[in-house]
Write a protein that binds this ligand. Sequence first.
Ligand SMILES: Nc1nc2c(ncn2[C@@H]2O[C@H](COP(=O)(O)OP(=O)(O)OP(=O)(O)O)[C@@H](O)[C@H]2O)c(=O)[nH]1
Ligand SMILES: [Mg+2]
Length: 138
Amino acid sequence: MNFFKVGKYFTLVDMPGYGYRAPQDFADMVEAYLQEHQNLKRTFLLVDSLVGFQKADHIAIEMLEEFGIPYVFVLTKMDKAPKGLLVKNVLEIQDFAEKHTQGCFPQLFPVSSIEYSGIHLLRCFIAHVTGNLPMMNS
Ligand SMILES: Nc1nc2c(ncn2[C@@H]2O[C@H](COP(=O)(O)OP(=O)(O)OP(=O)(O)O)[C@@H](O)[C@H]2O)c(=O)[nH]1
Ligand SMILES: [Mg+2]
C-alpha cells in the first residue's frame, strides 16, 4: 500500500489490485487495513472501462458491505472505451449498486488520467468527503 499525504488535509491510500493476480495479498493486507482503520472517509473501487464489472469485484464489495464501509466506484481509462461500451458499463455498475448494495454511493465517477476527463469532479468529491470543500447552504 502507498500512502500519499495531501498536506495537513487528508491521506490517500493506494491499495493493490484484488484481481486474479493477488487475491491472497488483498485479503491479508487490505482486509486487515480496512477493518482496523475506523477513520476512513471513503473507499474507492477502481474498475477499468474496457473490462467492466467482474467477478473479482465482488470480493471487495462483499468485504466493504460486511464492514459497513462507504464506497464509491470509479470507472478508469474512459478514453480507451468506445462510447457504447462505456455507457453499458456505467449502467451495469449503477444498476448493481442500486439493487444489491447498502454502502455504495449511487453515482459513479468515470475518469481518464490521460485526458483528465472526470478528474476535476472526482477531486471535488474527495475534497467534500474529507471535509475540505465548504459548500453553500449546507
Ligand atoms: N489510456 C489510459 N491508460 C491509463 C489510464 N490510467 C492508467 N493507465 C495506464 O494503465 C496502466 C496501469 O496503471 P496502474 O495505475 O499501474 O494500474 P493499477 O490499477 O494501479 O494496477 P495494480 O495496482 O497493479 O492493480 C499503466 O500503463 C497506465 O499508464 C487512463 O486513464 N487512460
Ligand atoms: Mg496500483
